[in-house]
Design a protein around this ligand. Sequence first.
Ligand SMILES: Nc1ncnc2c1ncn2[C@@H]1O[C@H](COP(=O)(O)OP(=O)(O)OP(=O)(O)O)[C@@H](O)[C@H]1O
Length: 138
Amino acid sequence: MLMDLKERNKKDKSQVWKNTKFVVSFNHALDGIKTIFKEERNMRNHTMIGIIPVLLGWYFKISALEWIAVVTCIFLVMLMEFINTIFETVVDMVTDYEFHPLAKKAKDIAAGAVLIAAIFTIIVAAVIFMPKFIALYF
Ligand SMILES: Nc1ncnc2c1ncn2[C@@H]1O[C@H](COP(=O)(O)OP(=O)(O)OP(=O)(O)O)[C@@H](O)[C@H]1O
């Protein structure tokens, strides 16, 4: 399968040539962002869930430092989802959707990275917002 890809890439140089123009690289990067939002349900879910702390931050008028923490966490989860999707795509390409224990290992670890980022985000959100909720209701 890899040989097929190599042969195809040799024929279609326009797709594999190193980008020399910034605008071309930028458009490819935009394509990547569009693709992940279109094809990955988890990415759309993370983005929707990311709106909650932004609304809470706006409601509670959190400080600049707290905003930095909140936004960093949201982007961290999104970046981990990008990395997870990269691994899933490359693993599927290499295995051609056949079962392989190393494919399972790579995909499970990549998914674990997203989970760790999400847990970290929940902890940071709790540290920032729990005292504000407590002050509001008690
Ligand atoms: N080629 C494979 N060989 C062995 N196990 C695999 C293979 N592909 C997937 N798996 C197992 O199935 C699980 C789900 O794989 P999949 O590619 O659907 O990822 P996912 O985490 O469900 O994707 P998404 O992030 O889109 O929800 C993986 O975590 C892994 O345990």
